[in-house]
Ligand binder design. Structure first.
Ligand SMILES: *Cc1c(COP(=O)(O)O)cnc(C)c1O
Length: 807
């Protein structure tokens, strides 16, 4: 593709290209109706194109992760999160012209503006900027006209010495500065560099188009050293013709972006990181300087949280550069920015060269900065926080991880219909030589259940209950899609930790834990756990005092298939006493959990439980706890029978909005097991015994069959899970169903126990030994609870995988 970089006016009318970018970062309140992955991401490509046209640039490349969308533009970059919109454009674009349209578009998505921030460095050629960018005043004026009634009037700040070097301009307003629930901790670092060393800048010319430089974007990224700055990042890079370079990086929910104008007369490079941890940021300025060897470098570090590490520590000073001045500005609407300016010549040399030296009194930070030796680190970054690795699966990679899991395990199937499934089962029998019993797991079902969850319960993060069906591919797929996990024992934790899932994605939702297991959880830093008794609190205080505990309350559906309320959950009258004890023991009470019972049948049970949980939250806050998590447990049907998710979702969403409105920022999690597992597994069993008896009494079964799986194995679900199962014969050739005579039949399991009966009095055509029976919906609470009684092995060792494209 030939895209001529950004000279969107004829080059000869311009003194040179304006590399310096304008940037807006707009935060919105989440809309309760939007899926978790939706929000602003629902804006169509056409709508984004329309916005970019207003700003006078266009999208040239895009990447998507589970957390956000990243676009490379003809002039810089665009990032779209569910509730955050970051647009950065250079040259003579008219960035602010798209703001009003964006606000219009978002209001149709039912999203309200929360925070607006505009930043830029000084333009190199301010005289050629078109309206509304002819001056900072004009820019602020335009912003306020565009967003006027939505947020309170903002503040504007200018940082740095106007007589030399670049200055930093900030306009910011926040409608919600006092809301303690909003996550304000993201730090944005913007590095702007000028006077790039020519041999360093050369990598960003397009070899074919200009006779020097790099063959393509990938070569530019690697040869310049950029890729080394972002080792864990997924990079979308673009080399313009004849020269110029842009890249977007996606790492977890953080992004990075680099834009380079390499021509020596007006060379410019910017490096931005947004949402990275202090650990990642410590060396970025020095790293950027090493790649470009600039004459001048300015950095702004900003955050909406005034207690952020951005204000406590400073970046490592690049080698061969001097820190010239520092300005710290707190915003009256919350948060602030620190602005650093570095130069490759020291202050003495600057005096010799007749450049004015910064004067003391313009420093607004409390400790007057001095000039430092090159390479001196003037402050320490805080201890790096525990890395939010999202389980080692960088969310940027989630999408590709999902397809990797699917590709690794699965054959594709057009649909999950009986007909298509039969074709697959027959081929599996032939391919693997199965002659007894095996499972066919359809990951397409799990995938669609996930989508259905996200669509129906956008605010509720699922933590899959591993005990329900611990199949490794199901776990891997859910992990890849971003699920958390509910684990009740070290073995279950191990099975998800070993997939690379981080401990912060696990809830240890067993209210009564063995001491040894608590110590294991502490060791693995699985902190989030439930409790419901005094004894458990004392045990936690003794063995894992830093745990983040959730009080499990009793709020059950007595009509559930497997009620849990007799065993677990604090009664309403016990709640206050338990919270008081948690306070006395100095424990970290994080939230409230409940489980209405597995296979709940009453659609109002969860909404009712949510209101009971709200009372517990209120009780907690009266006792001084600021709880942050509500765990609404499991109990959701997987679609075989029982209540469909669609039926319960809207009343759950309404109850959440009533008692835990999104703006309060309480994180909502859940522990569905059956929902994901139930319909994904099909059990196939080979008939190895047969008896036909003429019966005088018409209600007695005439035909009986033996299969190698029974009540002591997969079909324990008949006893423990109160399940009902159905069987159909597997036709060995693909043919239209003929009407055949049906007989009242019994299906026995293999053990010698008379109880071991799978089906009684079901109509089946006459079968022979060697025929196959197919049992659908065998995922939930089946093989996982089977035994080897009588020397019969579990069938789960024989599992084949398939991915159906649709239902
Ligand atoms: C079993 C269990 C679940 C899963 O329940 P489903 O009904 O399968 O959704 C969730 N949480 C806890 C604590 C459990 O014991």
């Amino acid at each position: 593709m030939t895209v001529h970089l950004a000279y969107n006016d004829a080059p000869d009318t311009l003194p040179g290209f304006e590399g310096s970018e304008k940037r807006i970062e707009i935060d919105f309140y989440p809309s309760p109706q939007q899926p978790a992955t939706g929000g602003l991401r629902q804006l169509s490509k056409d709508q984004l194109d329309e916005l970019m046209t207003l700003a006078e640039c266009e999208i040239v490349s895009e990447r998507h992760s589970f957390d956000f969308d990243a676009y490379v533009l003809s002039e810089s970059s665009l990032f779209v999160y569910p509730t955050k919109f970051v647009l950065k454009t250079c040259g003579t674009t008219r960035l602010l012209n798209c703001v009003k349209k964006l606000i219009d578009m978002t209001s149709t998505l039912d999203m309200r503006l929360r925070r607006f921030k505009f930043t830029r460095a000084s333009y190199k050629y301010p005289q050629v900027q078109p309206a509304p960018h002819q001056s900072f005043e004009q820019e602020v004026d335009t912003i306020e006209k565009s967003i006027g009634d939505h947020v309170p009037p903002g503040c504007s700040y200018t940082l740095g010495d106007g007589r030399q070097g670049l200055q930093w301009f900030v306009y910011v307003t926040d409608a919600d500065r006092i809301n303690p629930y909003m996550d304000r901790s993201r730090v944005t670092v913007e590095v702007c560099m000028t006077e790039l060393k020519e041999e360093k800048a050369e990598a960003f010319y397009h070899l074919e188009a200009s006779g020097k430089g790099s063959t393509d974007a990938y070569a530019a990224t690697t040869n310049s050293g950029i890729s080394a700055i972002f080792p864990r990042t997924k990079i979308d890079d673009f080399l313009f013709e004849p020269c110029g370079y842009s890249m977007n990086g996606l790492q977890d929910d953080a992004f990075s972006t680099i834009h380079i104008t390499p021509e020596p007369e007006f060379s410019y490079a910017s490096v931005e990181l947004c949402g990275y941890s202090s650990d990642d940021l410590q060396s970025v300025v020095a790293d950027a300087a090493a790649v470009f060897k600039p004459g001048q470098l300015v950095v702004s570090m900003s955050s909406a949280d005034a207690t952020s590490f951005a204000f406590e520590s400073s970046p490592l000073t690049p080698s061969d550069m001097y820190l010239i001045d520092v300005t710290k500005q707190f915003f009256s609407c919350g948060g602030g920015v620190v602005f650093y300016r570095y130069a490759s010549v020291g202050p003495e040399e600057q005096i010799c060269k007749g450049v004015p030296v910064p004067i003391e009194d313009k420093f607004s930070c409390s400790t007057p900065p001095q000039c430092y030796e090159p390479g001196h680190n003037m402050g320490l970054f805080q201890e790096p926080e525990e890395k939010d690795q999202l389980g080692g699966l960088q969310p940027a990679l989630k999408q590709s991880a999902t397809s990797t899991v699917i590709e690794r395990y699965c054959q594709q199937l057009p649909s999950s219909s009986d007909k298509d499934m039969d074709i697959f089962l027959r081929s599996a029998i032939e391919k693997h030589g199965f002659d007894e019993v095996f499972y066919a797991v359809d990951l397409g079902v799990v995938y669609r259940m996930w989508q259905s969850w996200v669509k129906n319960l956008p605010r509720v993060e699922p933590f899959y209950a591993v005990k329900c069906f611990g199949d490794k591919a199901v776990l891997a797929l859910l992990a890849a899609m971003g699920a958390g996990f509910d684990c009740a024992s070290p073995a279950e934790m191990e099975s998800v930790l070993s997939l690379g899932v981080g401990p912060e994605r696990i809830v240890y939702a067993n209210p009564c834990k063995k001491i040894k297991h608590l110590k294991y959880a502490q060791d693995k830093r699985v902190g989030l756990m439930t409790f419901d008794t005094e004894a458990e609190l004392r045990k936690i205080a003794l063995h894992f005092p830093a745990a983040q505990i959730m009080l499990r309350i009793r709020a059950d559906d007595p009509a559930a298939r497997c009620p849990l309320g007799d065993k677990y959950g604090a009664e309403e009258c016990e709640v206050e006493k338990l919270i008081l004890l948690a306070r006395e023991l100095d424990l970290d009470l994080m939230g409230i959990s409940f489980h209405v019972g597995s296979g709940a049948t009453d659609p109002s049970s969860i909404p009712r439980a949510i209101s009971v949980a709200k009372n517990a939250f209120l009780c907690g806050s009266q006792l001084g706890f600021h709880m942050k998590v509500l765990d609404i447990g499991g109990g959701f049907s997987g679609g075989a029978d029982g209540v469909a998710l669609e039926t319960v979702a809207s009343s759950i969403n309404t109850a959440l909005e009533t008692h835990f409105p999104a703006v309060e920022g309480v994180k909502i999690i859940s522990e569905p097991g059956r929902f994901f597992a139930e319909a994904c597994a099909t059990l196939c069993a080979n008939v190895f015994g047969k008896r036909v008896r003429q019966s005088a009494e018409p209600h007695l079964d005439t035909h009986a069959y033996w299969i190698p799986d029974g009540l002591y194995s997969s079909f324990n679900c008949l006893l423990y899970d109160h399940a009902t199962v159905t069987a159909r014969p597997l036709p060995m050739v693909d043919e239209e169903k003929k009407s055949v005579k049906l007989w009242q039949s019994t299906v026995f399991g293999p053990t010698c126990d008379g109880l071991d009966q799978v089906l009684r009095s079901v109509p089946l055509p006459e079968l022979e030994t060697g025929d196959w029976l197919v049992f659908k919906n065998m995922g939930a609470y089946t093989a996982c609870a089977g035994s080897n009684f009588n020397g019969f092995e579990s069938p789960s060792a024989n599992t084949v995988y398939v991915f159906s494209e649709q239902q």
